[in-house]
Design a protein around this ligand. Structure first.
Ligand SMILES: [Zn+2]
Length: 296
């Protein structure tokens, strides 16, 4: 065993000296060879290395000559048992393979069905089209709108008035968050993805609305209810084909909450019902309704 180890390390030495020769050759004449006679110095170095290779090669040869062929096969421990079980039945591989093929088939089938069902969902928020003609997937999405375009759309809203003001904020990189203050009544954070509205948080005028509060609900029931209504309106106004118009319509709609506490319900004529003001605004006429009255 020792002689085998010696032979292996001799081969390692040979490989490393050959590698060194090629390394020096590839680098060529270097600055450390000096200014005069650099070519001859390089040649001397190369010769030394080459001699090393020769010495190592001779050593390998002599060590290999000293090796004696093993009298019996090496003991490979448990690995020798690998060749023993060759029959399919005893390995039970076949049934496992069949099972995994069935699984893969099912996954294909289910994912195909799920894909079809999800494509039919009219509320999906992105425009995705599949083109399998060249086996390539093409995704066109209205999420990929530049921040400048979003700013332009929002600036065209001209919602700034004495009662309402809004500011554009980008705490998450390129996607905008618009903070709308409606009178001294409520404030809303409208989170955009591209030019699409992704989320709305409604808070009372006296509640804080910064990054930490964007996803928490208001402590007032009336504003939690208004937030629910803004979400259903968000889905109603969503339009992947006319996203700019959708945003403008939505902003006009949400602006109609400026008389949340001062307008009676258009249906029952009351200001309060179940201790809440009319929290719903009609999507076309912007008229106020209690949630209970809107479907009457
Ligand atoms: Zn009512």
């Amino acid at each position: 065993m020792d002689s085998l180890n010696n032979a292996l390390s001799a081969i390692k030495n040979l490989r490393s000296s050959v590698g060194h020769v090629f390394e020096v050759l590839a680098n060529g004449v270097q600055a450390h060879h000096g200014d005069d006679g650099r070519d001859s110095k390089f040649l001397v170095q190369f010769q030394e290395l080459f001699n090393n290779v020769n010495l190592n090669l001779r050593e390998v040869e002599s060590v290999i000559n000293g090796l004696t062929p093993p009298p019996a096969p090496f003991n490979l421990g448990h690995t020798a048992a690998l060749a023993q079980e060759t029959t399919d039945e005893r390995q039970a591989l076949y049934s496992q393979l069949v099972n995994s093929y069935k699984w893969v088939d099912k996954i294909h089938e289910y994912s195909f069905l799920a894909n079809n069902i999800l494509n039919c969902n009219s509320l999906r928020r992105s425009y995705i089209s599949y083109s399998n003609k060249r086996g390539r997937l093409q995704i066109s999405s209205c999420n990929n709108t530049s921040p400048q375009h979003v700013d332009k759309v929002l600036n065209e809203l001209s919602l700034n008035s004495l009662q309402t003001n809004y500011k554009i904020w980008r705490p998450f990189g390129s996607n905008a968050v618009v903070i709308v203050n409606i009178g001294r009544i409520l404030k809303a954070a409208i989170v955009f993805k591209g030019v699409m509205i992704e989320w709305v948080t409604v808070k009372g005028f006296d509640e804080s609305l910064d990054v930490d509060d964007l996803w928490t609900e208001s402590r007032y029931e009336v504003f939690r209810k208004v937030q629910e209504q803004t979400h259903s309106a968000m889905l109603h106004f969503f339009s992947p084909t006319l996203p700019d118009l959708a945003v403008k319509s939505y902003m006009t709609w949400i602006h109609s909450y400026n008389k949340l506490f001062t307008e009676p319900c258009r249906r029952c004529g009351k200001y309060l019902y179940n201790a809440l003001p009319p929290t719903w605004r009609d999507l076309r006429t912007l008229e106020p309704f209690h949630e209970e009255c809107k479907n009457c």
